[in-house]
Design a protein around this ligand. Sequence first.
Ligand code: NAD
Length: 493
Amino acid sequence: MQQFENIIAGKRVGAASGKWIPSLDPFRNEDWCQIPDSDEADVDRAVQAAKAAFASAEWGGLTATARGALLRKFGDLVGVHAQRLAELEVRDNGKLMTEMLLQLRYIPQWFYYYAGLADKIEGGVLPIDKADHLVYTTWEPLGVVAAITAWNSPLLLLTWKLAPGLAAGNTFVVKPSEFASASTVAFAELFDEAGFPPGVVNVVCGTGPAVGEPLVRHRDVAKIAFTGSDNAGRLINRAAADDFKHTTLELGGKSPNIVFEDADLDAAAAGVASGIFAAGGQTCMAGSRLLLQRSVYEKFLDKICALATDIKLGDPMDPKTQMGPMANIAHYRKVLNCIADAEAEGARLALGGEAHHAAGEGLFVKPTIFRDVKNESQLAQREIFGPVLAVIPFDDESHALELANASNYGLGAGIWTTDIKRIFRLTKKLQAGTVWVNTYRALSFMAPFGGIKHSGLGRESGQEMMKAYLQPKTVWINNSDKTPENPFVMRLS
Ligand code: NAD
């Protein structure tokens, strides 16, 4: 069985305990590789390596322009190894090869974008209101960043952290999900090939309790950049508070896709279907609540059911496959349990609602649609993270807005309409980090992404998000020969 080791100080190493965790291929439903079952001892070694690299002349003393050049080189290497990295991720979490190849060919853009920003981190000279003083600001990196990621898109989620964080001059300890670590290890190996000094990017594999928790608590970690569930995010934020660590938290969602009667209904149906069934609904931004205007309710529901019925489930390596399996057994059971709970709650099934066995041994769940769902029901409120759509009728715009915002989450929202004034009103009032209008699930390295309420804190991507990996320092230089008249008062004049 293939082994993917930790990377600490540029070296591939197993866990100090010598133990391993098997990793499942969810399409074949069999273990295919193993990763180190690391613990606190491995975490400490990795943090010490990252701390030493941060202080080193090779990294800490590098000019910003040179850091940018390294990032560009790394981006090039990701492009060169795109096929291999995509294959690893498909094997490990069942994502489609077609989607992974697109992702891997686009991921370098984040490294190129932040490489360009590396030497544009500028402080300022302040026109200060005190005579004979020179006052200026500089922006400094934070130190060691812990990047903790989810299993659903390991490389994309990691890229959103590494690209700005490295451009800013930080060092990293990465903890991928124990359910899909292989692609992260292979990706991180490329930093050595790109010429990054050892210790700048370290990877420690293992579980949340054994690796994630000690990493979050480690005194030498300055920031936690986390993507995962709101439950883990809450625990991490509490633990980070003990040492006043910086955090960026990208958490879950229950995003509404709102379809009005004046929309291009065919385009909307395609957008809604891809919003919930792409990647088997295992995306944070899944449009898992369809808010549908009553006047087009039956007509649109028929369209969505027809599209969902035609979805081809199967081998994620096959370019014709449109939906792969659930990524691991625990998650597969969770999705089926959520469906059973919804039926017990009285929800009306319009399509699917069960496992799909026709595509082999894999952990498949049929595209599932519940109709006439109440927004306050568990089905409409809890994140399922699977191919399960809750269809909720609404009467008019204000009703749609009320339903859309009646959620603990606030990650994304979709609006399907041709009414420009409505677009202005709703984009302003929807409580979401991203609002997509007549499109859905669109992303870019230059567009900030993240959520409000239980969907998280902070954003990733975009120019301003470099600041999430930097802190300002203010320098006061007194150039006066005069001694202050009264040294026991603050120097305000
Ligand atoms: P999870 O919270 O179970 O695990 C995420 C990571 O955190 C894993 O590496 C895990 O080992 C680690 N972890 C768990 N508990 C921890 C703790 N107490 N301390 C430190 N680390 C801990 O989430 P998951 O099941 O891997 O991923 C699915 C979730 O991720 C969904 O809620 C989804 O919406 C969310 N997600 C959000 C975004 C976004 O950008 N907002 C993107 C992708 C996924």
